[in-house]
Structure formats: C-alpha cells, structure tokens
Write a protein that binds this ligand. Structure first.
Ligand SMILES: Nc1ncnc2c1ncn2[C@@H]1O[C@H](COP(=O)(O)OP(=O)(O)O)[C@@H](O)[C@H]1O
Ligand SMILES: N[C@@H](CCOP(=O)(O)O)C(=O)O
Length: 326
C-alpha cells in the first residue's frame, strides 16, 4: 500500500479548484507503488493521477521529472503528462507535500511478462531514448556506481540479518565494479526503473498487445543508455523460479536494436552493466528491508532475488548469455 499522506476532502476540493479539470467525483488511494502517495482522481471530465511526493523524492528535482514527462509526451511517447493549474504551474503543494496531477493512462501491467511483452518493451525503451535525446534537463544518477558504496556501508553492519553471504559478496563486487565501470559508452536520458509494474499494455485489434504507457519517471536520469537495458534484463527476463530466459532477453534486445542500434562496446559491456544493475536493486532493497518500520503500509521487496540475479551475471563470459550474437 502506498498512501503515506491522507488528503482531507476540504483540502482536496480547494486544491482541485486551482485546476481546470472539472468537479471532483472521487479520489481513491492506489495500493501499488512504494515511493509516493498516489490517488486515482475522478472528475466529471475524466480521470487523473494525483501524486503527493514523499520523503525519498528531493523537491528540487521535481521540475526535472515533470519537465521530462512533458517533453516525452509532447513528442508522442505514451507517458503521463503533467496537468498545469490555472496559473500554468504543474508543481504545487497539498497537505504540506509537493504535489502534482498527471494524465491517467489506460492499460494493465503484467507481473509475469511473456516474450512478446519483452519485445514490445525493447521497442518502447528505444523510442523513449530517442525522444529523450533533445531534452534539455540533466540529472546525474545518484544510484549509479558512486552511490552504491555509501548504501553498502549503511547496510553492512546488519547485512547478516538478510543473508550471511551478502556482505562479502557485495564487498568484492563493489571493488570490481568501481574499478571497471565504463565511462565511454553513449549517455542519454534513461528511465532507470522500467520494471514490469511501470509498463502498461492494451490489446490490439490483431489479437496482440501494445505498450500503452510508461509511468513512474521518478528515478529518470542522465546515464549510460545501455544501463536501462541492463536494468530490464534483470527485471523482465528472469522467471519466478530464478531461471534466466534467454529468449525474452533476445527479443527485448533485438527489438531495441531495430530502433536504436547498439555499438560493439555497448554489447560487450552488457554483462558488467547487468551486474551493476543487479547490485543497485540489491542494495536499495536491502536498505529498505532493514529500515522499513514494522507496521509500515508498504510491502518490502526481496533483496535476495537480486543476489541470485547478480550471481547469474557473474557467471557469464560475454553478451552471448543474453541470447544475442555479438
Ligand atoms: N499516469 C498513470 N496512469 C494510470 N495509473 C497510474 C499512473 N501513474 C501511476 N498509476 C498507478 O499508480 C501506481 C503507483 O504508481 P508509481 O508511479 O509506480 O508509484 P511509486 O513511484 O510510488 O512507486 C501504478 O502501479 C499505477 O497503478
Ligand atoms: N523497482 C524497484 C522499486 C521501486 O518501485 P516502484 O514501485 O517505484 O517502481 C524494485 O523492484 O526494487
């Protein structure tokens, strides 16, 4: 459940009057998500998403995230569009929190994506990278290689509560990644959290499915483009029993490469980038595992899932393990 801040009716009404969105009919808390408080806001004119930004979002970075969504939506990417108030401002304040209303996107996400979903994701990601290329904003990735050691030091004393092998494995992996993280690969605007729950699908007339929306741009940043693919190799291409599905990886990478070809160095770096991506989510999940207060209305995600994924990538000798010919 991710509703950290309850919004009283009177505050909601006066907030909604700052917009030209019609009369509020209902406002329901959305159970999914972990970072912010999200509400499905229905008015007599349509549906919207109301988000109150919580503690992990730096308010100074919100103009970047909202500006990016506006930029991508204006270029035809299916992503939420920030709705400006009558005064033209999209970023406002509600219940003492920064808050914004964005457009509602129809579709469902798949907890167990099939190979065809992975292909559609690859194409949508390439489109996002291409459309993000002329976005003027820049945001360094605070959760890239330089951010991992401080996170590790924060969890290290209690990492044994999760698994005895966690701290030694992460210590060795960090040494290796810090020494060999690439600095010469193409960089651009990346989503950095394009997990299945952030990609919506709708049926097509032909009986298939198409991507109907990408959401949750609140980790978006300027970083190595192929790192977005590495994140998705982890998030989309493992089965629930932990087995890696090379067909899903091949389809995802193949569809991406049709829209944005990958260079030889990008392909060669994929196993290393995938190790970094696995470590990044292992560390944030481990941090949350150890620091989420008992009784908090949020379901903690399993850090050990990412320890197992990390071990898989460590065992590869090249990008051929992802079902592609380099
Ligand atoms: N623009 C949108 N259109 C439709 N549903 C949305 C939209 N934005 C968020 N949601 C819903 O809210 C949930 C949580 O949103 P998300 O941005 O992932 O939250 P968090 O950043 O807190 O993790 C999503 O899983 C989805 O159900
Ligand atoms: N995708 C991350 C956690 C962030 O979740 P989201 O709900 O903001 O997409 C993970 O799985 O660890």
């Amino acid at each position: 459940m991710a509703v950290y801040t309850e919004v009283p009716d009177d505050e909601l009404d006066s907030f909604a009057r700052e917009y030209d969105i019609g009369r509020v009919v209902s406002c329901k808390g959305i159970a999914e998500g972990v970072e912010n408080s999200n509400y499905l806001l229905q008015t007599d004119r349509g549906s919207y998403i109301l988000t109150l930004y919580e503690k992990r979002v730096d308010p100074a970075e919100l103009p970047f995230f909202l500006g990016l969504m506006e930029h991508l939506a204006a270029r035809g990417l299916a992503c939420p569009t920030p709705i400006p108030g009558r005064d033209g401002r999209a970023l406002r304040s509600l219940c003492g929190r920064p808050a914004a209303i964005v457009s509602f996107l129809a579709g469902v996400w798949h907890a167990r994506p099939r190979p065809e979903h992975c292909a559609a994701l690859g194409e949508a990601m390439a489109e996002m990278h291409l459309k993000g290329a002329d976005f003027g904003g820049r945001r360094p990735n605070s959760l890239s290689v330089a951010g991992w050691r401080p996170l590790f030091e924060a969890i290290r004393p209690r990492a044994g509560q999760i698994d005895p092998s966690l701290a030694p494995l992460v210590a060795d992996e960090l040494d290796l990644l810090e020494a060999s993280w690439p600095s010469d690969l193409p960089v651009g605007l990346i989503h950095a959290d394009l997990f299945p729950d952030n990609v919506f699908f709708l049926p097509t007339d032909a009986g298939g499915e198409r991507v109907s929306g990408l959401i949750d741009f609140y980790f978006a940043c300027t970083d190595i483009l192929a790192y977005d693919l590495a994140i998705c190799l982890n998030a989309w291409c493992f089965e629930t029993d932990g087995a890696f599905n090379a067909t899903k990886a091949r389809l995802m990478l193949g569809a991406y490469r049709k829209r944005r070809p990958l260079s030889e160095p990008e392909l060669a770096a994929l196993p290393l980038l995938a190790r970094g991506a696995a470590l990044r989510f292992l560390l944030t999940r481990a941090y949350d595992w150890l620091n989420t207060p008992a009784g908090a209305l949020v379901k903690r995600k399993d850090p050990l899932e990412y320890l197992r994924k990390l071990r898989f990538h460590q065992g590869l000798t090249g990008p051929g393990g992802y079902g592609i010919a380099p």
